[in-house]
Design a protein around this ligand. Structure first.
Ligand code: FES
Length: 293
C-alpha cells in the first residue's frame, strides 16, 4: 500500500477529536479577527497576492533542520541561536496560519486542526529543549535537549505533511480559477433572470450563464459588469452576495472584489476574480468574453 494511503487513514481517523476542537477554535479565532479586517488581510497576504502563511512556513522547517545539523557537528552556541530564531519563525507562521484557519471550513478545517495541533506540540517540545539548553550552557550535558529537538523536528515534519494536505489535497487558499482558461471569442450570455422590460435587473447581482461558466452580473444603467460567479477563495457563488460602492461581496467569508476589474479589495481571498466584458448582441440579448488577466 502506498505510504500516503497509510498516512491519510491515520490523519482521517483523528476527525473524532479534530472536528469539535476545530469548530471551537474557529469560533474564537473568527471572533478575534472579525473586528480587525485590515490585520486579518495583512496576515492572509492580500497585499502580497499570495497566502503569507505558505511563505512563512518554509522558514522554520529549514531553520530547524539546520539545528539538527549544528547539534550533530557540536556547535552549541550556533545551535542555540538557531533554535531561538526557529521558534520565532514558528510563532510568525502560527499567527498567519491562525488567520487562514479562521476562514476554513469542513474537512480542510479538520485537517488544519490536526496540522495546528502538531505544530503547537512541536513548539512546546522546542521550548523545552531551549530551556534545557539554557540551563546546561554551551559546555554542559545537552543530550536530552538535543534529543528533544530531534523529536520536535519529527513532529514538525508530520505537521508540515498534514499542512501540505490541506493545500494540495483540499485546495484550501488555492485560487478557484487556477485552471480556468480564457478565450478571445464572444459567447452568448444568458441571464438567469430578466426584469419586466426584458433587461437585467439593477441594484443586485444576477447569475448568468456563459457557456460552461457561471457569471455574477451587475447592471449599472446601460453598463453590465460581470465577474466569475465562483469566489476565488472557496467557490461560493458571488451572485448570492451584495453589491456596494462598485464592489461585490461574497456571502460566505466576506471577500470583496471590485466589479470594474475583479481586483480583490478585502480578504480572505488573496486572489483577484476573473472579469468579463459584456456587450449587446446583434439581434438581441448579450454576449461576453473573459478580459485578459
Ligand atoms: S468563499 Fe470564502 S470569501 Fe468567498
Amino acid at each position: 500500500m502506498p505510504m500516503n494511503r497509510v498516512f491519510d487513514r491515520l490523519i482521517a481517523a483523528q476527525a473524532r477529536w479534530a472536528r469539535p476542537l476545530g469548530d471551537f477554535n474557529h469560533r474564537w479565532l473568527a471572533a478575534l479577527f472579525r473586528p480587525v479586517p485590515a490585520i486579518a488581510d495583512l496576515l492572509h497576504g492580500r497585499w502580497l497576492g499570495h497566502p503569507l502563511h505558505s511563505v512563512l512556513t518554509d522558514a522554520p522547517i529549514g531553520i530547524m533542520f539546520m539545528l539538527v545539523v549544528l547539534d550533530l557537528i557540536r556547535q552549541p552556541i550556533a545551535a542555540d541561536l538557531t533554535l531561538v530564531f526557529g521558534i520565532l519563525t514558528m510563532l510568525a507562521a502560527a499567527v498567519t496560519g491562525a488567520a487562514d484557519y479562521s476562514q476554513t471550513d469542513g474537512t480542510p478545517r479538520e485537517r488544519a486542526t490536526v496540522h495546528s495541533t502538531l505544530m503547537v506540540a512541536a513548539l512546546l517540545v522546542y521550548a523545552g529543549s531551549l530551556a534545557l539548553r539554557a540551563g546546561a550552557g554551551p559546555d554542559g550535558e545537552r543530550g536530552v535537549a538535543i534529543g528533544l529537538s530531534v523529536v520536535g523536528f519529527v513532529i514538525l515534519a508530520a505537521g508540515a505533511y498534514v499542512g501540505g494536505q490541506v493545500v494540495y489535497l483540499f485546495g484550501n487558499m488555492v485560487s478557484r480559477h487556477a485552471f480556468r482558461g480564457s478565450s478571445a471569442k464572444w459567447i452568448a450570455l444568458e441571464p438567469a433572470e430578466l426584469d419586466e422590460h426584458g433587461g437585467i435587473p439593477e441594484g443586485r447581482p444576477v447569475k448568468g450563464r456563459l457557456g460552461i461558466n457561471a457569471l455574477a452580473l451587475v447592471r449599472h444603467g446601460d453598463r453590465i459588469l460581470a465577474v466569475h460567479d465562483e469566489c476565488a477563495h472557496a467557490g461560493e457563488p458571488l451572485s448570492g452576495g451584495s453589491v456596494d460602492d462598485g464592489t461585490i461581496t461574497c456571502p460566505w467569508h466576506g471577500s470583496r472584489f471590485r466589479l470594474s476589474d475583479g481586483r480583490v479589495v478585502r480578504g480572505p481571498s488573496v486572489y483577484d476574480q476573473p472579469v468579463y466584458d459584456v456587450r449587446r448582441r446583434d439581434g438581441g440579448g448579450w454576449e461576453a468574453r473573459r478580459r485578459s488577466p
